[in-house]
Design a protein around this ligand. Structure first.
Ligand SMILES: Cc1cc2nc3c(=O)[nH]c(=O)nc-3n(C[C@H](O)[C@H](O)[C@H](O)COP(=O)(O)OP(=O)(O)OC[C@H]3O[C@@H](n4cnc5c(N)ncnc54)[C@H](O)[C@@H]3O)c2cc1C
Ligand SMILES: *[C@@H]1O[C@H](CO)[C@@H](O)[C@H](O)[C@H]1NC(C)=O
Ligand SMILES: *[C@@H]1O[C@H](CO)[C@@H](O)[C@H](O)[C@H]1NC(C)=O
Length: 492
């Protein structure tokens, strides 16, 4: 007993470097985590909070992008809703730091069905009065603008006794998260003051660089496999689609001035061609595990033609071509075959109803990601909040994943600002429950819409195809689907 208190007084006497007490610790330097950090520091109500962001990998390439962006577009590109753009302009303040030359706005969407030539939805944002539907932007462009904004805010601190610099630790992994109120931990901590204060219920985060942080609020922005979510024991429900999203940067034969986002619903999953500046574009091709593997290894010269074929030919034709390529992914004789099959479509129809021909795929830009739906039961418990993919993942067919993360950040920021205004503890249930209440239901609805669109279109079972075609032509499913998609994609 005597020994123990002696040890403790010794430890207190020495200047203790650990733990570092923080108001907010964000785990994850993806778009969601960096957005929250920048938003907190940009708000007059929350900029006094002590905030640290921890990212496991290196952010070097993100910083480099701001100084010396690569010539070609990177392959992770998202469609931002006007609502997300507005949030970045008005609340986070990072929009001015975005490389605007690499942003492409579009105002048209054409979606059509592989099983029924007649069913086609076209929305023209300008004719519906919403104008621009969305902006295409590289993930790294967003991240880089956020880091620049944070650097600028740090450089412009006027009163260091009130404002706190935001700290970003990259190349630093979370090794362990500890709840000081758990029975056995409590005892351990009493013996080791540097490992955290057992008298407060703030989570303790141990980092790979040896630092120990103890924080009033821990935010999991740590992606789909979220260690923070696991620690929180918040259940997450969902399923895998048994599909992969193949992404790639491509080039058209020339610039398409129509600025259309194209999406064709194939029974294996939708293929989208999304416009970028000049003759550049990006694709998201949701497909089976087997085909996604084939699309990654197929010859670079053949791949663009596979995209053209998949946007126009029948699925019977496509399957025939895939069977040939499965035998030899470098079999250039399929090129003639594709050309012959395409030549049966009238040129005027090709030009009017289909995207411009794809001619090139940018070297090393092909990659695939597993697609799954998951939603956490709640976004917050006392002292912990989840944002972005840590809280939800969704099928990419409506381009919503990152946008949902932006809306999480907006809702969490608002809840924390309210909490500060009222002089409440920002890690308390009272403050955090407003975050879940405002963010969860809207995400839930949106995820249901994306999931249903996927299910309705990913079948070739005749009755559904029949109903789908029939519906698209005559029933007001056209309007419903149009409404749903326009709401989802434009966030309005
Ligand atoms: C094919 C495809 C197409 C898509 N298209 C769109 C689109 O058009 N529009 C759209 O809005 N969204 C789209 N999305 C979704 C979007 O990309 C994601 O929703 C978004 O990138 C998630 O951001 P995040 O910050 O939540 O998570 P992430 O980007 O996954 O970031 C999580 C970070 O946490 C870090 N981390 C994890 N564990 C630890 C640890 N223990 N310690 C420290 N750090 C850790 C990781 O290194 C990572 O950097 C698409 C997704 C796919 C797969
Ligand atoms: C888009 O394409 C054009 C012409 O091919 C090219 O010059 C330009 O650099 C590309 N833009 C980006 C950002 O890659
Ligand atoms: C939560 O939100 C409601 C409705 O906006 C508001 O009236 C209430 O004061 C908020 N609670 C806190 C703690 O900020």
């Amino acid at each position: 007993m005597l020994l123990k208190s002696f040890a403790r007084s010794l430890a207190t006497a020495a200047s203790i470097s650990s733990p570092k007490f923080q108001d907010v610790v964000v785990i994850g330097g993806g778009p969601a985590g960096l957005s929250l950090l920048a938003a907190l520091k940009n708000s007059h109500k929350t900029k006094h909070l002590k905030c640290t962001l921890v990212e496991g990998s290196s952010l070097e390439s993100v910083r480099d992008f701001g100084i010396n962006p690569p010539d070609e577009y990177t392959n992770r590109v998202v469609s931002l809703t006007p609502k997300s753009v507005e949030f970045m302009q008005e609340k986070i303040g990072n929009w001015d730091y975005i490389d605007q030359d690499r942003i492409k706005f579009y105002d048209n969407i054409v979606a059509y069905d592989s099983q029924d030539k007649e069913s086609r939805i076209r929305f023209d944002g300008s004719s519906v009065g919403v104008g621009v539907l969305a902006a295409m932007c590289e993930n790294v462009n967003i991240q880089s603008s956020l880091i620049s904004k944070i650097d600028d805010l740090n450089d412009n601190i006027k009163d260091p006794s009130i404002e706190q610099e935001a700290v970003i630790l990259d190349n630093t992994k979370v090794v362990e998260i500890i709840n000081p109120k758990e029975e056995n931990t409590h005892e351990l901590l009493e013996n080791d003051p540097e490992a955290g204060n057992p008298e407060i219920d703030w989570p303790i985060v141990k980092l790979s660089n040896g630092d120990v942080l103890q924080t009033r609020l821990l935010v999991g922005a740590d992606g789909f496999n979220s260690p923070v979510r696991k620690f929180s024991h918040i259940p997450s429900r969902g399923w895998s689609y048994n599909r992969f999203g193949v992404v790639a940067t491509i080039k058209h034969q020339y610039e398409d001035y129509r600025s259309i986002a194209w999406q064709r619903f194939l029974t294996t999953g939708p293929l989208a061609i999304l416009p970028l500046t000049e003759d550049n574009a990006t694709i998201v091709w949701s497909t089976t595990p087997e085909l996604s593997e084939l699309f990654l290894k197929v010859d670079e010269e053949i791949f663009p033609h596979l995209i053209n074929a998949a946007m126009t030919l029948s699925e019977v034709d496509l399957n025939y071509i895939y069977e040939q390529l499965k035998k030899d992914p470098n079999d250039k004789s399929v090129l003639e075959d594709i050309e012959w099959r395409m030549s049966k479509i009238k040129l005027s129809i090709l030009e009017e109803k289909y995207p411009l021909q794809v001619t090139t795929v940018v070297e090393n830009s092909r990659a695939r990601f597993p697609l799954k739906l998951s939603h956490a039961d709640t976004y917050a418990i006392p002292r912990i909040a989840l944002i972005g993919d840590a809280a939800h993942t969704v099928h990419p067919l409506a381009g919503q994943g990152l946008n949902m993360g932006q809306s999480d950040v907006a809702c969490l920021l608002e809840a924390l600002e309210d909490g500060v205004n009222r002089g409440l503890d920002i890690g308390s249930t009272l403050v955090l429950e407003n975050y879940t209440a405002n963010a969860w239901p809207a995400n839930h609805v949106l995820m249901g819409v994306c999931d249903k669109l996927h299910k309705i279109f990913s079948t070739d079972w005749f009755p559904i195809v029949f109903l789908r075609g029939f519906g698209m032509k005559s029933l007001n499913i056209v309007d419903t689907a149009k409404d749903l998609m326009i709401k989802a994609i434009s966030g309005r």
